[in-house]
Unconditional design. Sequence first.
Length: 253
Amino acid sequence: MIMRPLFLLYALAALAADDVTLPTSAEDIARGKKLFMGGCTYCHGPTGDGGKGADLSQRELPRAKSDGDLARIIEEGIPGTEMPGAWHMTRREVTQTAAFVRTLSKVDSRAPLAGDATRGKAVLAKQRCVTCHTTAEGGGYMGPDLAIIGSRRSASHIRESIVSPEASLAGSFVYTTITLPDGRKIVGELLSEDTFTVLVRDLAGNNHAISKDKAKEIVKDPKKSPMPSYKDKLSPGELDDLVAYLASLKELR
């Protein structure tokens, strides 16, 4: 058996990804569409314009500039996100799905946004959203990163998240309340848990490792969000402006 240096294996893997050629026949595209409709629309929508998942109807996908990148993401997923790998697909099915996804960039069903992005940035600052959320200019750690939210979420999903935060929570987020024997409560996101310990990040961004036998009560609610609804906190114009600004955040500068 010939042993190759690790760096060479990585180089070969990268080359293999870049060398992917997607199928172009009508039959392959049709099969890719069927696979996409069966496994991807819940997050990406039937036309790929996003929701819980990234907006795939853009001319250029930030994470998948090459066909090899796109096939690899479908096959392996994206670590640290809700995007799983398609372990159940054959390599042929992966490339068929990728080929169909590429056709979605020709679809432009999105209406122009009514708001003004410049005013929306001021709304974000006024509402102190960066207390919990991170942007390219910095911010908190409790909420989802907004730095390139426009490339990962559609405008309609962004709007829904603002007015009804609990409608589509990230699958990995579990709102947790730990009550200590003295009555104090630790409230935040469950980061990890084993037989003996829970690790929670509180709303201020501090991590707490608590032994289960030292907690009076541990309540986990995956359907609850620490973010309040802004439905009655923003005027219709402010909401339009904020959505327009967040939808414009597509890449780091």
